[in-house]
Design a protein around this ligand. Structure first.
Ligand SMILES: [Zn+2]
Length: 274
């Protein structure tokens, strides 16, 4: 598999879901060999490479930082890049957090496709899996087993909830299926958590256009898939796994309950197994 970037610069604008700040995000072609973010609103700021070792926080999103700059909530943008097989990309931002758009990764993926994917004449660095590995933290578990293709099984549970008690989905990654089955799945939150999030300075940019709010008796907006929640969890995991800095080889990853903190820990574990 060859490395991939885009041909033409693409820009999106909007508000960040947690900071509530406006931000313009620009995707630029490169052959640097990795994905990096740069804060254009901070003087002399250095690029921040999308790697697990640069993660600075995983509270309701994945943030990465270097000594003078931080970018928040990068997982949906990275998911779009990973889903489309993009290995080389410069992502410029004039604020701390990408615009949340509609809460899914589809607007980013569409922008990248509009920028025209462009193969680089270099072989992508593949992260192979030789033996089964697993990782657990409390009730959260991950396993990766050798397989003929790259696929993820995710089990999402909210025990006792009348609408989303259990969702399970298996997804085999191809760019076409990513665009159709995963990219449209939106960010979600529970009605009872919104006040807590906002009291803690989070979800300031959340609204009915970019987040599915789950109530006891219904959803704030019509769902795009019956199991949109578990599909979004897979979207997030595909984004966080890009922090390995490599293209994941054929393997079957199974995850129960995972979130950003454990996704990043698992990305590190996958990187260290070789
Ligand atoms: Zn997400």
């Amino acid at each position: 598999m060859k490395r991939k970037t885009i041909k033409n610069i693409q820009t999106l604008n909007g508000v960040g879901i947690h900071t509530g700040q406006n931000c313009s995000i620009t995707f630029k072609p490169t052959t640097q060999g990795y994905i990096s973010f740069i804060r254009t609103d901070i003087a002399n700021s250095e690029p921040i490479i999308a790697l697990a070792q640069n993660v600075s926080s995983t509270l309701r999103g994945t943030n990465i930082a270097n000594k003078n700059a931080e970018v928040h909530t990068i997982e949906h943008v990275l998911s779009a890049a990973n889903g489309l097989g993009i290995t080389d990309l410069i992502i410029e931002m004039d604020g701390p957090e990408p615009p949340i758009m509609d809460g899914s990764s589809l607007p980013y993926a569409k922008a990248m496709l509009e920028g025209e994917l462009n193969e680089i004449d270099e072989i992508a660095e593949i992260l192979p899996l030789n033996n089964e590995i697993s990782f657990a933290e409390g009730d959260i578990t991950y396993t990766a087993k050798p397989c003929e293709e790259f696929k993820i099984t995710f089990v999402y549970e909210r025990k006792g909830h009348p609408l989303v008690a259990h969702q399970e989905y298996t997804f085999t990654l191809t760019p076409e299926d990513y665009l159709r089955e995963i990219a449209p799945a939106r960010t979600f939150g529970f009605e009872e958590e919104i006040a807590y999030l906002q009291a803690n300075g989070l979800a300031k940019g959340g609204n009915l256009e970019n987040c599915v709010v789950i109530k006891k008796d219904g959803f704030s907006v019509p769902l795009r898939f019956d199991n949109e929640m578990v599909r979004h969890k897979i979207l997030d995991l595909i984004g966080d796994l890009k922090l390995t800095g490599k293209v994941l080889g054929p393997m079957h990853i199974t995850c129960h309950f995972g979130g950003h903190k454990t996704n990043v820990a698992f990305a590190k574990k996958l990187t260290e197994q070789i």
